[in-house]
Ligand binder design. Structure first.
Ligand code: BGC
Length: 761
């Protein structure tokens, strides 16, 4: 974007030469698209993202990781997602949009909405959930918020980029149903609901094909099925072969190829191996993006209201915190009590993850100072407890001894534990989910001298909590952005009543996790062997105990759930109603969740799946009816045979819940199924043909005419109770002639199939 009055852009790519068009389809530098000066096309700037603006200062390094201008560091996705609050997330998006616009950046590279397939993924802190509905709904809220300020987003990393090790070449080998129902569903929702200006294709291959070269992914699914209207940009360096990638629908290659790949495109058009129309389309999309950014350039001027955005960052961080446990009401803390603040994170907050998303914050709260602001400096004592920096050579035993002495002398100990920064990062995965042993030893020692101990965690993805039964209170603080210190104190002292809930299960052991045996690339392939059973879908199906279930989170108040009702509306969506009452003494917020299941389903399904949710603020004693919509489309499963989404008819069980394992009210709703969508073929089984409304009666009649039923003879020699139709039901109709002989000649089968597949009136 430029601040001067924009030159009118050419009406179409028709005004450009082939070379100019090709040049538009790759970057000029790390963060800029190419200009075409002759035609008055300016460059635009795109930059990370996602939980703040990372605009590198001019002359930054070539890895794109250098110093960036100060920007508000909002909670990374792991924190923001735990709010489950679309209104809050939209407001954070708007603030991100404002900061992006003030800095004249055209596109903020986010949000990232990949599914947390395993807690080991090094980049889980940048993603929202293990569940596609949470990822999709909150991802759409972020996109809407950011784009409402006239700047673009880049929905990333499309798709099935669920690990960091070997991410630039490994193949995510995923069956169709989990691919559609788990890994693509969130992307589909964001595209359909919020039309991000750009989608960023990921580094990895999917079932052997690079995402950047996959016409099925980038054109058929994204555009033809979902109606995406924007531009596809590559992740930085994700283009393997440029000519096949542009043909697949990969419009803009980033960063710069130094013109090498533009020349490849020109050469391919000249030798006839690439249609020039393909280049026109990609260049046209780049032009559209330039036009969109120009249309709003300069409409939001600085300076940034640093205080207002810091306050929003604190509000968001307060909503992100998940109170996992609070025995005996140890929290909120009494403001007159003396507090031992223990753990290096209280002074050196870990507030974002490592890699391309690192923001230079406008300021940074420390929990230690913020606790002192509530409890008074004279009542607040601090001990580092352990080291978190490899450069810190302090003696572990001495640090521990000092912390224990401090804990023994105060009314309550607040122990800040967490993962060191290098434990989780873009670019590599974790090997375990344990907190450093030094920290666990310290906690045990503190507990011995002061049982009134609260643990506050700083981690970008889940850690094992072997102490969960021994400490009275655990506050999951994730990574909370620049105002996390203040927000943590707000929650500890009850200024903010915690309302965050887990968007990912906390398992008891790494060995219990769904991808335990298949995480990480083996010979370049990652086999998604757990199929649909990701996150809570796995633990529920396996009936495994977990430390804290998906959807869990406590409050300083309590909520009662009334009876639930569920009914199908005129639009086919299921409307779920329930009255929630705040039965405690303080105002609070409850995240109400709706899970559905279909006991009569003919296909494999998780025990229950999240289909709607709402965040509801209630004063003490207040009751409110909450109305939530389950979209009909969200009841559908991906029907592999029909290559289509199918809603099965039947009585759906609707559970209204406080977590995936705390079901509070149940209703049943009868949903009409989609009309038969699977065309019959010679491969269709006898059972499928018999179940078909047109072909079924014809086949039944034919069988009956074949002398009292073809199968009766065989049936007479089988043990009693053996159903011959069940036994022979999987016989392909195309081969049925082998057993039915003349009764079913090939022509008769072809006629039957034609009749079955003819359009029904
Ligand atoms: C990351 C993207 C990021 C890009 C630009 C890549 O390595 O995967 O998320 O937007 O770099 O920094």
């Amino acid at each position: 974007m430029t601040d001067s009055t924009p030159t009118p852009l050419p009406a179409s790519v028709a005004d450009l030469t082939l070379e100019e068009k090709a040049s538009l389809t790759s970057g000029a530098s790390f963060w800029y698209t190419k200009p075409v000066d002759r035609a008055g096309i300016p460059p635009i700037m795109v930059t990370d993202g996602p939980h703040g603006l990372r605009k590198q200062r001019e002359g930054g390094d070539h890895l794109g990781l250098g110093d960036s201008v100060p920007a508000t560091c909002f909670p990374p996705a792991v924190g923001l997602g735990s709010s489950w609050d679309t209104e809050l997330v939209t407001r954070v998006g708007e603030a991100l949009g404002v900061e992006t616009a003030i800095e004249n950046v055209g596109v903020l590279l986010g949000p990232g909405i990949n599914i947390k397939r395993s807690p080991l993924c090094g980049r889980n802190f940048e993603y929202l959930s293990e569940d596609p509905l949470v990822s999709g709904v909150l991802g759409a809220a972020l996109v809407r918020g950011i784009q409402s300020k006239g700047v673009g987003t880049s929905l990333k990393h499309f798709a099935a980029n669920n690990q960091e090790n070997d991410r630039m070449r490994s193949s995510s080998d995923v069956d169709e149903r989990p691919l559609r129902e788990i890994y693509l569903r969130g992307f589909q929702r964001v595209v359909e609901d919020a039309q991000p200006w750009t989608v960023m294709c990921s580094y990895n291959r999917i079932n052997g094909v690079y995402a950047s070269e996959d016409p099925w992914l980038l054109t058929q699914v994204l555009r033809e099925e979902w109606g995406f209207e924007g531009l596809v940009v590559s992740d930085w360096g994700a283009v393997n072969e440029r000519v096949p990638s542009i043909a697949a629908g990969m419009d803009l290659e980033m960063p710069s190829s130094g013109g090498r790949t533009d020349a490849e495109i020109v050469a391919a058009v000249k030798d006839g191996s690439l249609d020039e129309g393909v280049v026109d389309v990609a260049a046209g999309r780049v032009l559209d993006l330039v036009r969109k950014t120009q249309a709003t350039a300069g409409t939001i001027a600085g300076p940034l209201d640093v205080d207002a955005h810091h306050a929003l960052a604190r509000e968001a961080a307060g909503r992100a915190i998940v109170l996992l446990k609070n025995e005996g009401g140890i929290l909120p803390l009494d403001r007159t009590a003396s507090v031992a603040v223990i753990g290096a994170f209280a002074e050196n907050p870990r507030y974002q993850g490592a890699g391309s998303s690192m923001i230079s914050p406008t300021r940074l709260d420390k929990a230690l100072d913020e606790i002192a602001a509530y409890a008074g400096a004279e009542n607040t004592a601090y001990a580092q407890g352990f080291t978190i920096s490899p450069r810190d050579t302090a003696d572990a035993a001495e640090l521990r001894a000092a912390a224990v002495e401090l804990a023994a002398a105060q009314d309550v100990a607040v122990v800040f534990l967490g993962l060191p920064a290098a434990a989780e990062s873009e670019g590599y995965d974790r090997e375990h989910i344990d907190l450093p042993s030094e920290q666990l030893t310290l906690l045990d020692a503190v507990l011995e001298v002061n049982p009134r101990t609260v643990v506050v965690l700083s981690n970008g993805s889940v850690v094992a909590l072997p102490f969960a039964d021994r400490v009275p209170a655990i506050v999951e603080g994730w990574l909370l952005g620049q105002a996390g210190g203040g927000a943590t104190a707000d929650v500890l002292f009850g200024e903010v009543n915690p309302s965050g809930k887990l968007t990912e299960t906390i398992p008891l052991r790494l060995a219990d996790t769904p991808a335990y045996l298949s995480f990480g690339a083996l010979d370049g392939h990652v086999r998604y062997g757990e199929g649909l059973f990701v996150g809570y879908r796995w633990y529920d199906a396996r009936e495994l105990e977990v430390a804290y279930p998906f959807g869990h989170g406590l409050s300083y108040t309590t909520f009662a759930y009334g009876d639930a009702t569920a009914s199908v509306g005129a639009d086919g969506d299921v409307e779920v109603r329930v009255t929630i009452t705040n039965t405690g003494a303080v105002a609070g917020r409850e995240v109400v969740q709706v899970y559905t299941s279909l006991p009569s389903s003919d296909v494999q399904r998780p025990v229950r799946e999240l289909k709607a949710f709402a965040s509801v603020a209630l004063e003490a004693g207040e009751s409110r009816e909450v109305v939530m919509a389950v979209r009909r489309q969200d009841l559908a499963y991906w029907n592999v045979r029909a290559q289509a989404w199918t809603v099965e008819g039947g009585d759906y069980v609707v559970d209204v819940a406080a977590s995936s394992r705390d079901l509070r009210a149940r209703a049943t709703v009868s949903v009409e199924g989609d009309a038969q969508t699977t065309p019959l073929s010679r491969e269709s089984s006898l059972a499928e043909v018999i179940a078909h409304p047109v072909a079924g009666p014809i086949v039944q009649q034919a069988l009956a005419q074949m002398g009292g039923g073809l199968l009766d003879g065989a049936s007479s020699v089988m043990p009693e109770g053996v159903d011959m139709m069940q036994m022979m039901g999987s016989f392909p109709i195309g081969r049925v002639g082998m057993i039915a002989g003349d009764g079913f000649p090939p022509e008769a089968i072809d006629q039957l199939l034609a009749a079955a597949n003819a359009p029904q009136h």
